[in-house]
Design a protein around this ligand. Structure first.
Ligand SMILES: Cc1cc2nc3c(=O)[nH]c(=O)nc-3n(C[C@H](O)[C@H](O)[C@H](O)COP(=O)(O)OP(=O)(O)OC[C@H]3O[C@@H](n4cnc5c(N)ncnc54)[C@H](O)[C@@H]3O)c2cc1C
Length: 426
């Protein structure tokens, strides 16, 4: 029976370190959200001796952090050349390096806190889904190698079969420092590390009120008690709950969907994906995939431009299944054991935003590339909150509201149609 649940959450140990009693009293920091951003910041703050309470509306890593593709990639999601043309080469290089530093942060946290999550620098291969995409990737590769990342290499069309056992691709760009891990095991390990260092985590505790008091401190109210906090960090991802209208007008939540096969024959996987990397395809509405330690294929994409819920997840699952079969005909009959979806918090320019609004700190909007950056930003926000604003790599970005957007993505089908149209013509 196919499970409508995340493979990562289903195969991770349960987090049992949550607070049992309601909270009250004074704390140094209240963190809203128990995904990677919130947990990583709680760990970093607690290690410095701050008293920290994390309020999580559902279960720890129950949203994007436990429901993603498990790729922990170096480098930007953007085409490097286009971004450099838009914001300047120096800033594009700094942003690119921020992602490299973020993968490094994940690696360090995993080693220091001894989190058993199969972190491995397997490399990430961006696959040209059309012959004409290869040239663009090659130009990006050449520029990256020259300006910012020597660990990149083109896999030409004639060698792509050594990398991927499929006729669907026409070469690719390999970024060798990218990594992957079991994000469920990582997230639970991160939560346990935070509590080990003294942070308190409350699950099933949606924050419904944040009131700024006369002395600049905050009253943070939740379903499971309220605290008086000197500082607040909003790490709430694609939040639909809580008094965060200002942020909702700046983020669009887009559904992304994933299917996972039954454990496959090892020899078959050796033939299809011998290097077990993270893979993404070059279309706008592209796919991402990787294998697991128990030889499953995890295959995702923004299959439909719809919000995530069990019905829409299943519909997307059927579309993904057809794409999987077209990409790897040998897997056409493979059983699908898991199918789930999640919400990606997109900004208009697909760059994260972090800083302070109304005195409250925030780090949000990783736009589908947040496994590494959320963990990294959690640590950096601990620095920012200690007065080191320069630690924030995104500090120079302004964040205007999206015109006509009040948090409900009524225009999603149009955006979807637009990107599919772009895929047809490019
Ligand atoms: C399907 C999918 C695939 C993805 N694949 C990848 C990938 O392969 N690689 C990659 O780098 N990135 C990927 N991403 C993105 C990545 O998962 C996210 O960027 C990252 O996990 C964000 O972490 P976060 O802690 O900021 O947010 P989240 O994990 O969303 O955590 C926010 C938490 O805040 C809680 N919350 C919200 N409102 C409140 C409130 N009022 N009170 C209390 N708690 C609240 C939520 O319940 C949630 O648990 C993917 C995302 C999705 C959805």
């Amino acid at each position: 029976m196919m499970k409508l649940d995340s493979y990562w959450l289903d195969t991770a140990p349960l987090f049992t370190g949550g607070e049992r009693e309601p909270v009250s009293g004074r704390v140094d920091v209240a963190v809203v959200g128990g995904g990677f951003t919130g947990l990583s910041s709680a760990l970093a703050l607690a290690r410095r001796g701050a008293s920290v309470v994390v309020f999580e509306a559902g279960r720890v890593i129950g949203a994007a952090s436990g429901r993603n593709g498990g790729q922990c990639n170096s480098g930007l999601a953007h085409d490097y050349g286009s971004l450099a043309a838009r914001i300047g080469a120096e800033r594009a290089a700094a942003y690119y390096r921020a992602y490299e530093a973020a993968v490094q942060t994940v690696e360090e946290v995993v080693a220091r806190e001894r989190i058993d999550c199969g972190f491995v620098r397997c490399g990430r291969l961006k696959l040209a889904a059309k012959p004409e995409h290869y040239g663009k990737l090659a130009r990006a590769c050449e520029r990256l190698a020259r300006e910012v990342d020597p660990a990149v290499e083109m896999i030409p069309p004639e060698r792509i079969r050594d990398e991927v056992g499929s006729d669907a691709f026409f070469g690719g760009l390999l970024q060798k420092t990218s990594a992957q891990m079991h994000v469920g095991r990582f997230g639970v390990g991160l939560a346990e590390a935070a509590t080990r260092h003294g942070a308190r985590i409350l699950e099933n505790a949606p924050v419904t009120e944040i009131k700024r008091l006369g002395d600049g401190t905050y009253r943070v109210g939740s379903a499971r008690g309220s605290v008086h906090a000197t500082q607040v960090l909003l790490a709430s991802g694609s939040s639909a709950v809580g008094p965060f209208g200002w942020f909702r007008r700046r983020l669009v939540s887009v559904g992304s969907f994933i299917i996972t096969t039954e454990p496959l024959d090892r020899a078959l996987l050796d033939r299809l994906l011998p290097h077990r990397r993270g893979y993404v395809t070059s279309k706008n509405v592209g796919n991402y995939f990787r294998t697991t330690a128990d030889n499953r294929l995890v295959f995702g994409g923004r299959a439909r431009f719809a919000m995530s819920n069990p019905r829409s997840d299943q519909k997307s699952g059927r579309i993904l299944r057809a794409t999987l079969a077209a990409t790897f005909p040998e897997l056409a009959d493979a059983r699908i054991d898991y199918c789930w979806g999640g919400l990606v918090d997109m900004t208009a320019d697909r760059l994260p935003r972090a800083g302070q609004h109304d005195g409250m700190f925030y780090s949000l909007g990783y736009s589908g590339h947040g496994v590494q950056m959320s963990v990294h930003m959690g640590e950096l926000m601990a620095d920012v909150m200690a007065g080191k604003a320069d630690a924030n790599p995104w500090r120079e970005l302004d964040w205007p509201a999206i015109p006509g957007h009040f948090g409900k993505p009524w225009f999603l089908p149009f955006v979807g149609a637009y990107y599919r149209f772009q895929d047809l013509i490019h």
